[in-house]
Write a protein of this length. Structure first.
Lengths: 399, 362
C-alpha cells in the first residue's frame, strides 16, 4: 500500500473520517504512528476492512500474564503476512481508579509505559470501565504488567470471573449520592482480587454501583449485582428555594407534580406537599429542582440481581433482591449475599450462564431458597397471574 | 525487555490505585458534602458544597480511541487549568475539575481549538458509548468508531447545545454481544449478522469442544455430525438467528459476511428510574447495509429520529416515554420507517409485546 507524505499508509476511505467537527479516531491512530509501527499496519488493515466491509481479526487466543487467567484479550490479524506489525495485537485491560479520577502525572506514567511496550493506542475507557491499552505483542505483556504494577496499577477482569467493578462519581462530586459509591466499588474490587484475576465461574459477574436512581453507570442494565442508591425517609424540602424556582418561572405543577409517577406531590402555588409514603424515589422532582429538593437522610441502596445483554437467552434488566440496605451495612451485606449467590451459581450454573439466566431457568423462588432470602412483595411488579404453582407438599404434613 | 529481576519480586493482585490518590483537594475537603449544582453553560457544571466551595467541571468529548499523545495533551491542559486533576465519564467524555472560574473560558477555547467539543450535559446528546468494531474485534458485524464519528459529526450541535426535551443517550454495539448498554439506550445502533456460520470442518475437531459448541446455541440449531469421517457439527439454518455465540466458543464457526452484515436501529430504552422505570430499546429499523466510510443511511435514520423527537416530545420526556405517549403507530408514521414482520417479536416471552387491548389510537 502506498504511503502518504509522512511515512504513513495512504488510507483514502479512513481519511474521510478525519473531516467534520467530532474528534476523529483516525487522527488518533495516525498520531500513534509517531511512537510505534503497529498503528501503521492497523491503518492498513482497517482501510482494507472499510473496502471489503469485513473485519480482519482472528478469534482471540489464550494469552496473558503469569498467574492470571484474565485481563488480556488475545487478538491476531488474519492477514499476518500483509500486516506483520499487528500479527499479535493484544488488549490489556487496566483496572481504572474508582470514579475514573486521575492526576496528570498518573496518566503520563501510563502513557510512558505504553509508549515503551505497546501501540500507544488506548480506550479511555472500555465499556466495563477499564482503561484499555489497545495492541501489543505477546512478549510485551508481562513487562507491561510489571511496570504497571510497580506504579500501583493492576489488570482488570476478562473471561468467566468478577469483571472490573465500576461506579458513578458518587460523593466525590454529587449531592445525590445515597452511599459512598467509590469506596464500595474500591473495597469490592480489592476484596475480590482473586476472583477477578482467576476465572472460576460459569461466566462473567459484574458489579456496578450507582449512587441514586438516575443510575449513571447503568447498573440496572449491565450488572449481575446492581447497587442503586436510594433513601427511606422523606424528601428534604427547602421551601425558600421552592419559592425561588416558582418565582424564576418553573411551572412546578406541570414540570414536577404532573410528571411524578405516583402523583404524590401537590403544589398550591405556595407550598409543595409530598405524600412520601407513595414516593417511589425516582429522582425526577429532585433532578428538576436540585436546590430545593434532596434525597432524605436515611440513605442506603436497593440491591438488584441479574442484568445482562442478549447472549444467550435474551437481555435482562436486574430485578429487586433486597429493597433497602442502610449505607453503613452495604459492604458486609453484599459480601455475605454474594458468597451465597456464587455458591449456588457455581454448583448449578451451566457453562456461559449468567446469574440472571440461571434465575430464569430455575425460577426466582428456587433461587431465593438457595440463597436463604425470604420473598418480599417489592421483588415483583405483581404477584403471579397463573395458577401453575409448584406447592411444596412434602414439607411437613398438614398445615 | 524485562524490568523484572530476581532482586525485584514480581507483583500481582495489587488492585487498582485507591481513588484517594487522584482526588483534587477541593473534592477531598467536600467529599459527601455537596449541596447542589448549577449549569453554567452546556458542558460546564458548578457544584456547590455546604462549605460554600465551588467546583467547576468542564466536559468535552473524546473519540474513545485515544492516542498517548492526546492523553498527554489532556494532562498538560489539566496542569495548566485544573491543578493536574481530571476525570473521565462513563460515556467517554473527559472532565476537567476547576477551582478557578476564570479558567473556564480559556480551557474551553483550547479544547475547541484542538477539536474537542465542550458539551454533553443535561438535555444534550452525550457522547456515544460504543465498542471496538473492525478496529479490534473478531465478531464485529460493522465498525464502531467510524459510525460514531459519522453520526456525531451530524449531531455535534446537539452535543454542544442543551436544546432537547430531555437527555438523549445513544449507544453502538458492533454485534449482539452488546459490549455497551445498547439494549437500554434512547437510540441504539446495533451491528447484526444475517447469515448462518460457515463451518470449517477441517479445523473444527482440533479447535473446538463439540458438546460446548452444541450447548452454546440458544435455539438448539447446532447438531453433531460427521464430515469425511471426522467429528463435526451441522447447523439447521432456519433455526439460526445469527447471534454468534457459537463463534465465540468455537473459532471454526465464522459468520461475518460483507453482503449480509450491517446495522439495526433501536429506540426508546433508558436506565434511569426518573419518572418511568428502566426500559429496553425497541426495534425501529431491522437492517441497514454497511456503507463505510460514512454510513449515510445510518446517519440519516438517527438524525431523523432525533429531529422528530425534538419536534414532538414534551419537556422532560425521554424518547421511550414520548413514544409510549404517542404510540408506536404514530412513531412509525412520523419517522416514515416501515413496520415489518421483523418488528414483531418471536423469541422467548414474545407475547408480552403483543397488543392485548382494544385501546388503539386512530
Amino acid at each position: 500500500m502506498a504511503e502518504d507524505g509522512n511515512g504513513r499508509p495512504k488510507t483514502e476511505l479512513l481519511d474521510e473520517l478525519e473531516k467534520g467537527p467530532w474528534p476523529s479516531f483516525v487522527k488518533e491512530i495516525k498520531s500513534a504512528c509517531q511512537t510505534s509501527e503497529a498503528p501503521k499496519d492497523l491503518l492498513r488493515q482497517l482501510e482494507l476492512s472499510y473496502e471489503e466491509r469485513k473485519g480482519h481479526w482472528k478469534h482471540g487466543g489464550l494469552v496473558g500474564v503469569l498467574g492470571y487467567g484474565g485481563g488480556v484479550i488475545g487478538r491476531y490479524s488474519d492477514l499476518p503476512e500483509e500486516f506483520p506489525k499487528i500479527a499479535h495485537f493484544h488488549t490489556m485491560r487496566v483496572n481504572h481508579p474508582a470514579g475514573w479520577f486521575y492526576t496528570s502525572d498518573a496518566l503520563r506514567t501510563i502513557c510512558d509505559i505504553w509508549e515503551r511496550h505497546g501501540s500507544g493506542l488506548t480506550n479511555v475507557h472500555g465499556s466495563t470501565g477499564d482503561l484499555i491499552l489497545l495492541g501489543t505483542t505477546t512478549d510485551q505483556l508481562e513487562p507491561t504488567f510489571q511496570e504497571l504494577a510497580k506504579q500501583g496499577f493492576d489488570l482488570g477482569g476478562s473471561g468467566s470471573c468478577v469483571r472490573t467493578p465500576s461506579c458513578c462519581v458518587g460523593k466525590a462530586r454529587c449531592e445525590w449520592a445515597c452511599y459512598d459509591t467509590m469506596k464500595l466499588c474500591y473495597d469490592l474490587t480489592m476484596n475480590y482480587q482473586d476472583e477477578l484475576h482467576r476465572p472460576a465461574f460459569p461466566y462473567k459477574f459484574k458489579f456496578k454501583c450507582s449512587g441514586c436512581a438516575n443510575d449513571c453507570v447503568a447498573a440496572v442494565a449491565r450488572a449481575d449485582l446492581s447497587v442503586i442508591g436510594t433513601w427511606k425517609d422523606d424528601i428534604q424540602v427547602n421551601e425558600t428555594e421552592v419559592s425561588k424556582y416558582a418565582a424564576g418561572g418553573l411551572d412546578i405543577q406541570k414540570e414536577v407534580c404532573d410528571l411524578c409517577p405516583t402523583k404524590c406531590m401537590k403544589w398550591d402555588g405556595k407550598i409543595l406537599a409530598i405524600r412520601n409514603r407513595e414516593c417511589v424515589h425516582c429522582m425526577h422532582c429532585i433532578n428538576v429542582m436540585p436546590k430545593a429538593l434532596a434525597p432524605g437522610k436515611e440513605r442506603g441502596a436497593v440491591l438488584l440481581i441479574g442484568a445482562k445483554a442478549p447472549i444467550m437467552q435474551g437481555a435482562l434488566l436486574s430485578s429487586v433482591l433486597i429493597p433497602f440496605v442502610p449505607a453503613e451495612e452495604l459492604e458486609e451485606t453484599i459480601k455475605e449475599l454474594v458468597s451465597r449467590i456464587w455458591e449456588f451459581w457455581q454448583e448449578y450454573g451451566n457453562n456461559r450462564e449468567r446469574v440472571g439466566e440461571l434465575i430464569q431457568r430455575v425460577g426466582m423462588p428456587a433461587f431465593l431458597d438457595a440463597i436463604g432470602l425470604d420473598p418480599v412483595p417489592e421483588m415483583v411488579s405483581a404477584p403471579r397471574d397463573n395458577p401453575y404453582i409448584f406447592f411444596q407438599t412434602n414439607q411437613g404434613g398438614e398445615q | 525487555m524485562s524490568t523484572t529481576t530476581a532482586a525485584q519480586p514480581r507483583l500481582t493482585d495489587v488492585g487498582p490505585p485507591s481513588y484517594d490518590r487522584f482526588l483534587p483537594p477541593i473534592v477531598k475537603k467536600n467529599y459527601g458534602q455537596w449541596k447542589y449544582h448549577e449549569n453554567l453553560a452546556p458542558g460546564v457544571l458548578c457544584h456547590v458544597a455546604e462549605s460554600g466551595d465551588r467546583l467547576y467541571t468542564v466536559r468535552a468529548a473524546t473519540s474513545r480511541l485515544t492516542s498517548i499523545q492526546t492523553i498527554r495533551f489532556f494532562a498538560a491542559l489539566a496542569d495548566k487549568y485544573s491543578g493536574g486533576y481530571l476525570r473521565f465519564t462513563s460515556r467517554n467524555n473527559i472532565e476537567f475539575l476547576l477551582t478557578d472560574k476564570a479558567n473556564i473560558e480559556p480551557l474551553k477555547k483550547e479544547l475547541a481549538a484542538a477539536g474537542f467539543p465542550v458539551g454533553g450535559t443535561n438535555n444534550a446528546i452525550s457522547n456515544i458509548v460504543h465498542t471496538q468494531g473492525w478496529v479490534h474485534c473478531h465478531s464485529a458485524a460493522t465498525d464502531a468508531s467510524g459510525i460514531v464519528k459519522a453520526v456525531m459529526d451530524a449531531l455535534c450541535d446537539r452535543f454542544t447545545h442543551e436544546n432537547l426535551p430531555a437527555k438523549l443517550r445513544i449507544a453502538l454495539a458492533c454485534c449482539l454481544n452488546m459490549c455497551g448498554a445498547v439494549h437500554c439506550s434512547d437510540i441504539a445502533i446495533l451491528g447484526v449478522h444475517r447469515r448462518a456460520p460457515k463451518i470449517n470442518h477441517e479445523t473444527l475437531p482440533r479447535v473446538c469442544e463439540i458438546p460446548t459448541l452444541i450447548s452454546s446455541c440458544p435455539t438448539g440449531a447446532i447438531r453433531p455430525a460427521t464430515f469425511e469421517g471426522k467429528p463435526s457439527v451441522e447447523v439447521i439454518e432456519e433455526q439460526c438467528m445469527y447471534c454468534g455465540n457459537c463463534y465465540t466458543v468455537c473459532p471454526a464457526m465464522p459468520l461475518a459476511d460483507a453482503e449480509n452484515d450491517g446495522l439495526s436501529i433501536w429506540v426508546g430504552g433508558k436506565v434511569s428510574n426518573a419518572r418511568s422505570a428502566p426500559k429496553f430499546s425497541k426495534l425501529a429499523i431491522p437492517f441497514i447495509p454497511n456503507h463505510p466510510p460514512r454510513w449515510p443511511e445510518v446517519v440519516e435514520a438517527v438524525t431523523k429520529i432525533v429531529e422528530v423527537y425534538a419536534a414532538n416530545a414534551h419537556k422532560h420526556e425521554r424518547m421511550g416515554e414520548w413514544i409510549e405517549r404517542i404510540g408506536w403507530p404514530r412513531f412509525f408514521q412520523l419517522t416514515g420507517f416501515e413496520f415489518t414482520r421483523y418488528h414483531i417479536d418471536d423469541f422467548k416471552h414474545a407475547g408480552l409485546t403483543y397488543a392485548r387491548t382494544a385501546q388503539i389510537r386512530y
